[in-house]
Design a protein around this ligand. Structure first.
Ligand SMILES: Cc1ncc(C[n+]2csc(CCOP(=O)(O)OP(=O)(O)O)c2C)c(N)n1
Length: 648
């Protein structure tokens, strides 16, 4: 990597795209080097998306050099590669707090800057939203330029293809820049990835250079049609396997592939392509992790990273706590169970490492399917696997599984197929922020027929829940957070009992208690802490680990009939989650509350309080702070209990 001192101090002069445009184009390469160093310095301190950002520097600079994205529109796909964009649009000084409280988000966010068009975080949205803007602008006779920047893994997403299928609606300029680094988080998979890789192998560096000059030579195409320009371009370049085939079969003018690290030629290309009065694709090759050896050689380890120390060409990461994550416990146990049961197969959507399936994928390569960023297809493939008699385990983050709601309903729940949904990153997720929180899955799962919902509270329960799910004859959801398993002092022997459908476990029974804290999932830890706080104040409470959100254990609501108050706790949106399910069951079974006069020394509570995340955005921060902010904490539980007693 470069040394910032040895550089020209160009970045210091850039506080807006207006400053950028003042630089001679020849200096963009030098500025790109400085920005890479800046990104590396920042991300090594704060953590963040590194490899994709190091690869997209020249592309971003050239786009801003040519267009004016205050007026023109730049649509990011996923948006994790937008750091250069943020740096040059007035947010350079905010990188010390990247993805942290009070700092900037790691994704585009219109609340931060007028240069950000949409809040994004999920893949496959850029082309469709660009089409919408283009159609709107056309109607309003706006002349702004529209650019969608999308990666080679995201363009194969179903939403992207549906959008490409509709690109013909657009009768004006709309440029799609395909940023091809032949990687998703891990290596890209699937037929389109193979096609892109064959095209890549057929191209020498000299071919890329020639293609660039050829495109420039035949553009702009004033007075000529795009088709004519493309024909002339094609004649001038050697294309052993034309990259254009796939897109041209959809009638989308295709240009490239070109070198995505040559800022000067990119500037010329963007100028020329901005003049096309027709949608077009520019295929650009970049290297993920460019300029930083550890990220370049192991891009998946630096896709999203925590803080680290750079030691020349290697890195030092902070020592771990010794406690495994829910994800790793899941991955290990699934692999173990799969050794004994050859019907177990695992499916993921471009998140092999993130969902803890790396070992499984190596050990059982013929029972592992990474289907790329295709969550809906993943679920339907799982439905097919289940129908054929296997035991599919679908491993997808809560936020991305939202994409598959219809498939979960129609092909799984309606057919009552035994698909296991292992929903990782359920709950608040920390620094990725609102686009990535998994706060809706209980809601969208518990309304489905046949669906069983469980949430393990700790390591033992993670294993037991998996064993239960793999033995069930219905679809089962297991949700768990982006977190380490709780320390041993919060693990109770009651949690070692095997899972029984719809049965909760008492983890703390206290004589004379007026309140039961009923927790769902890993928040049992907070429930136990709250019980400890209340104990000290002489307020006796029970603690119940619900284990299931569907079906709900009727025992829980029957407590109301015994004059007890209930506080439910979950790491999920309050309006449609576990607590809501308890309220619904209470309304059905217990209202009006049966008389319980005389119990608990004449006191009677028979009330329910529901604790969970509010229906508002929870900004990027540490997961711990987000839980506090959302009121999913021991303090909030204790405060609620006190209020119930006093309110009596
Ligand atoms: C719908 C959805 N599924 C999964 C993800 C997780 N994810 C974030 S970035 C990424 C890889 C994107 O690859 P690509 O589009 O090629 O961009 P690159 O990182 O290579 O620049 C994935 C799978 C997501 N953001 N959205």
């Amino acid at each position: 990597m470069y040394s910032i001192e040895a550089m020209g101090g160009l970045l210091e002069q850039i506080n807006s795209p207006v400053d950028l445009k003042k630089l001679p184009v020849k200096q963009l390469g030098g500025l790109a080097d400085e920005i890479r160093q800046f990104i590396l310095d920042s991300v090594s301190k704060t953590g963040g998306h590194l490899a994709s950002n190091l690869g997209a520097v020249e592309l971003t600079l050239a786009l801003h050099y040519v267009y004016d994205f205050k007026r023109d529109k730049l649509l990011w796909d996923v948006g994790h590669q937008c750091y250069t964009h943020k740096i040059i649009t007035g947010r350079k000084d905010k990188f010390a707090l990247l993805r942290q409280a009070g700092g900037i988000s790691g994704f585009p966010n219109p609340a931060e800057s007028e240069y950000d068009c949409f809040t994004v975080g999920h893949a496959g949205t850029s082309i469709a939203t660009a089409i919408g803007i283009a159609l709107g602008d056309l109607k309003q006779k706006k002349k702004d330029k529209i650019v969608a920047l999308i990666g080679d893994a995201s363009i194969v997403n179903g939403t992207s293809f549906e959008a490409l299928n509709n690109l013909g609606l657009v009768k004006r300029q709309l440029l799609i820049v395909l940023n091809d680094n032949s990687m998703a988080i891990d290596a890209t998979v699937g037929a389109v990835a193979k096609y892109f890789s064959r095209v890549r192998l057929s191209q020498t560096y000299e071919d890329l250079r020639k293609t660039t000059s050829n495109i420039l030579e035949h553009m702009p195409v004033i007075g000529k049609t795009v088709e004519e320009a493309i024909e002339r371009i094609k004649k001038g370049i050697r294309m052993a396997l034309p990259g254009s085939q796939m897109f041209e079969s959809l009638n989308i003018p295709y240009f490239g592939p070109v070198d995505g690290h040559n800022a000067e030629s990119l500037v010329q290309l963007f100028k020329a392509m901005g003049q096309l009065e027709h949608p077009a694709i520019l295929h650009v090759y970049t290297s993920k992790g460019k300029g930083f050896k550890p990220a370049g050689s192991r891009p998946s380890k630096f896709h999203s990273t925590g803080p680290f120390k750079v030691n020349g060409d290697s890195v030092e990461r902070p020592a771990d706590t010794g406690r495994p994550s829910f994800t790793s416990v899941f991955g290990e146990h699934l692999t173990k169970l799969a050794e004994k049961n050859d019907k177990i197969v695992a499916i993921t959507s471009a998140m092999c490492d993130g969902t803890g399936l790396m070992d499984f994928s190596k050990k059982f390569s013929n029972r592992f399917y990474d289907v790329g960023i295709a969550e809906s297809a993943a679920v339907d493939i799982a439905a097919g696997l289940a129908r054929s008699g296997l035991r599919p385990v679908v491993c997808i983050y809560s936020t991305f599984l939202q994409r598959s709601f219809d498939q979960i309903f129609q092909e799984v729940a309606l057919q009552n197929l035994p698909v296991v949904f292992c929903i990782d990153r359920a709950g608040v997720v920390g620094s990725d922020g609102p686009t990535h929180h998994g706060l809706l899955d209980i809601g969208y799962m518990r309304i489905l027929p046949n669906m069983v919902l469980t949430a393990p509270a700790n390591e033992v329960e993670m294993k037991l829940a998996l064993e239960f799910a793999l033995g069930a004859d219905s679809p089962v959801v297991i949700r768990y957070p982006k977190d380490l398993i709780p320390p041993k002092k919060f693990v109770r022997t009651a949690c070692a009992k095997p899972f029984k459908l719809g049965k909760s476990v008492f983890v703390k029974k206290t004589k004379g208690s007026l309140i039961a804290i009923v927790s769902y999932g890993s928040v049992l830890t907070e429930a136990l802490k709250a019980a400890g706080l209340l104990d000290k104040e002489g307020i006796a409470v029970d603690v119940i680990n619900a284990r299931f959100a569907a079906p709900i254990d009727e025992e829980i609501v029957s407590l109301l009939g015994r004059g007890k108050g209930i506080i439910t706790v979950e790491d999920h949106n309050i309006s449609c989650g576990f607590g809501s399910a308890v309220l619904e069951l209470a309304a059905e079974k217990m209202l009006p509350v049966p008389s319980c006069e005389g119990k608990n020394g004449g006191q009677q509570l028979s009330a329910i309080r529901v604790l969970g995340a509010p229906r508002r955005l929870i900004g990027h921060d540490s997961r711990e702070t987000q839980l506090m902010q959302a009121g999913i904490s021991a303090e909030k539980i204790a405060e609620t209990a006190r209020g119930m007693i006093v309110g009596k």
